[in-house]
Design a protein around this ligand. Structure first.
Ligand code: IMP
Length: 196
């Protein structure tokens, strides 16, 4: 019987990616529809991942993971970073955020548009608290390309690639992505735990 694991996120796009990768390896659980949103008041990705994982574990009492992700743009001194979801304001849509990013980078040449996605996954089970990281380097192109994925995917061109994350299929994105890398380290660790 696969072990239960809660993914503490209200973001359907993240849940879709994480659940595709975890497949049947675990008995996946989601937050209850009535669980309130966790306010991301932390100053780092780790703080926020931990807040969300703690909340899920305290409410449901089963091993829980949560991911927090930020886009760090070098020409913006690392912004939006931990504020990536609220970059264009508290209730900003993905589109508002991408449009603001393109506006801020207007006129910046491609070689100076380097950026990276950074994902931090926190795992909590009442006994252990663990951290898993994943990074994807790339550049922010000047125009949106592709319809897949979510968030900043249409303007993020991974290094050594010719397709934006939004032009890739979900599995192709997971293969190389920040979240995919962080999750694979988690899965390796989780498997070693159950083999003990
Ligand atoms: P958070 O981890 O929920 O704080 O998400 C931060 C924001 O980063 C999201 O609202 C998205 O706009 C963006 N984001 C997170 N993961 C990805 C991704 O895999 N691709 C593109 N944008 C992402």
């Amino acid at each position: 019987m696969p072990a239960p694991l809660l993914i503490s996120t209200r973001n359907r796009d993240k849940y879709r990616e994480l659940s595709l990768m975890l497949g049947s390896k675990v008995d996946l659980r989601q937050p209850h529809v009535d669980d309130p949103d966790v306010e991301e008041t932390g100053e780092t990705l780790w703080d926020n991942a931990l807040l969300k994982a703690k909340d899920g574990f305290e409410r449901h009492g089963i091993p829980t993971i949560a991911d927090d992700t930020g886009l760090e743009v070098d020409a913006l001194n690392g912004r939006p970073g931990v504020y990536s979801s609220r970059y264009a304001g508290e209730d900003a849509s993905y589109e508002d955020n991408v449009n603001l990013l393109l506006e801020e980078l207007d006129g910046v040449p491609l070689e100076r548009r380097t950026a990276r996605f950074r994902s931090v996954i926190a795992y909590i089970d009442g006994e252990r608290t663990e951290r898993f990281d994943g990074v994807l380097e790339g550049v922010i192109i000047a125009e949106k390309k592709g319809e897949n994925g979510f968030g900043y995917d249409p303007v993020f061109l991974p290094e050594k690639g010719s397709l934006t994350l939004a032009e890739m299929g979900a599995e192709e994105k997971n293969e190389i992505s920040h979240r995919g890398r962080a999750l694979r380290s988690f899965v390796d660790w989780w498997n070693s735990l159950s083999a003990e």
